[in-house]
Design a protein around this ligand. Structure first.
Ligand code: NDP
Length: 444
């Protein structure tokens, strides 16, 4: 049995009940087969893959807090410090009821390769809690964030581990977390990214993941003899990534016609109005039914269905496994020719393979959504230098990084005889740098 298959089998036996983690590792290791088999004995002797798929450390802790009725609530908090071969751990915090160790391991594993692809010196980590900020008062969210940080602060630092936002963790949560870190440590340091502009945040960080997704999509289409301008785009999600993906799609001359949240989705034949979306989701923190009320030409549908829309380009920007095989078939039947992931692992393995087999240009999230973490690393640089760059400076750096990521991914795929397979290209390009650093640092 090949070394890769041996590891996949062992991992499945060791991690029952962690399907997302197994899915992420399977996708990566299948792509790495061509690299590993060139030197299989050496990798096996050093237990290289065992070390690659095992987090350096997982911290799990209790998060007690008091709700507005005086009732004590308890949530589970986590930080998965996956791989620090190329830099301090870096990756978001997710507050969502679905959070568990397996989900955070999948995200931390993916983050390691994504961070490597940015070309910046950041290792991979991820964390969060099974806390749902939805429907909570500001005071409850603050109480939760303060309790969460009261435990987490022991394990993070500007040269050690630098968390950021993710699902359910936006500017409000980062502010409360940062305030508590500063209170506990007395340190005014760049320990979190996604901070407010008045206390060390970077301009363009809020927009970075969505904008970066579109910069990469534009380059991918251009290099394949197509263009984004004039195309119809289907987007899922209505949060940070989706909102700014929609905004940049407009700016690049495309027409984004859908968005979705956890209860339903919108089709707007006139194109999604960014100001209305921001007002509904960020200001009012309401459901998308409010969007339909504000835009009478748009249609609200309950449940899932974004991928049944006719579109040229699809950008899944909500959550993992939201684009399944039937969705992929519907997209192809409706003429979609490119899928770029804004979310982490939104496409299931069989859907990815189907899209690739049908000649759809497919870019995995670890490449196409890397703009967020890349700009977080730019925020770290500005914090260390006690400087802040203009929006235009950060945006220009972001664009360069995304274009470079695309070409590194494209070149790696070509070099290993898999031209156009951007999944393999991203995994191989991300892996080579991490592997080099791990080998150089010995058995640690
Ligand atoms: P947000 O919390 O801002 O938005 C998430 C959106 O997805 C919301 O519209 C939410 O609906 C919807 N959603 C969340 N969970 C589900 C679910 N289980 N089923 C259906 N819809 C769901 O998160 P982000 O935009 O920050 O993150 C979206 C994705 O992008 C995630 O996969 C994240 O890991 C990834 N990502 C984010 C980065 C960032 O910089 N923020 C960077 C790189 C990747 P509702 O409004 O109802 O809650």
């Amino acid at each position: 049995m090949s070394y890769v298959n041996e590891i996949l089998e062992r991992l499945a036996a060791q991690n029952p009940g962690q399907p997302e983690f197994l899915q992420a590792v399977t996708e990566v290791l299948e792509s790495l087969q061509v690299v590993i088999e060139k030197n299989e004995d050496a990798y096996r002797k050093n237990a290289f893959l065992e070390r690659l798929v095992t987090p350096e450390r997982i911290i799990m802790f209790r998060v007690p807090w008091v709700d507005d009725k005086g009732q004590v609530q308890v949530n589970n908090g986590y930080r998965v410090q996956f791989n620090s071969a190329i830099g301090p751990y870096k990756g978001g915090l997710r507050f969502h009821p679905s959070v568990n160790q397996g989900i955070l391991k999948f995200l931390g594993f993916e983050q390691t390769f994504k961070n490597s692809l940015t070309g910046l010196p950041i290792g991979g980590g991820k964390g969060g809690a099974d806390f749902d900020p939805k429907g909570k008062s500001d005071r409850e969210v603050m109480a939760f964030c303060q309790s969460f940080m009261t435990e987490l602060y022991k394990y993070i630092g500007e040269n050690e581990d630098v968390p950021a936002g993710d699902i359910g963790v936006g500017g409000r949560e980062i502010g409360y977390l940062y305030g508590q870190y500063k209170r506990l440590t007395g340190q005014y340091e760049g320990v979190l990214t996604g901070k407010g502009l008045s206390f060390g945040g970077s301009l363009a960080r809020t927009q970075a993941t969505g904008y970066g997704l579109l910069y990469l999509t534009d380059e991918l289409l251009r290099c394949n003899g197509k263009e984004l301008k004039g195309k119809t785009v289907a987007v899922s999600g209505a949060g940070n990534v989706a909102t700014y993906a929609i905004e940049k799609a407009w700016q690049l001359g495309a027409k984004p016609v859908t968005c979705s949240d956890s209860t339903g989705w919108i089709y707007d034949p006139d194109g999604i109005d960014v100001a209305t979306l921001i007002d509904v989701k960020q200001v009012k923190r309401a459901r998308l039914t409010e969007y339909a009320k504000a835009r009478p030409n748009s249609v609200y549908h309950e449940g899932k269905g974004v991928w049944t829309t006719r579109c040229d380009v699809a950008l899944p920007c909500a959550t993992q496994n939201e684009l399944l095989l039937d969705d992929a078939k519907a997209l192809v039947a409706n003429g979609c020719f490119a899928v770029c992931e804004g979310a982490n692992m939104p496409t299931s393995l069989d859907a990815t393979k189907y899209l690739q087999s049908q000649g759809v240009l497919f870019c995995p999230g670890k490449a196409s959504n890397a703009g967020g973490v890349a700009t977080s690393a730019l925020e770290m640089t500005q914090n260390s230098q006690r400087l802040s760059w203009t929006f235009e400076e950060v945006d220009a750096k972001l664009k360069d990084i995304m274009v470079n990521i695309f070409h590194n991914v494209d070149n790696a795929a070509r070099e290993y005889g898999m031209e156009g397979n951007y999944v393999a290209g991203a995994n191989i390009a991300g892996f080579l740098k991490v592997a080099d650093a791990m080998n150089a640092q010995g058995i640690v």
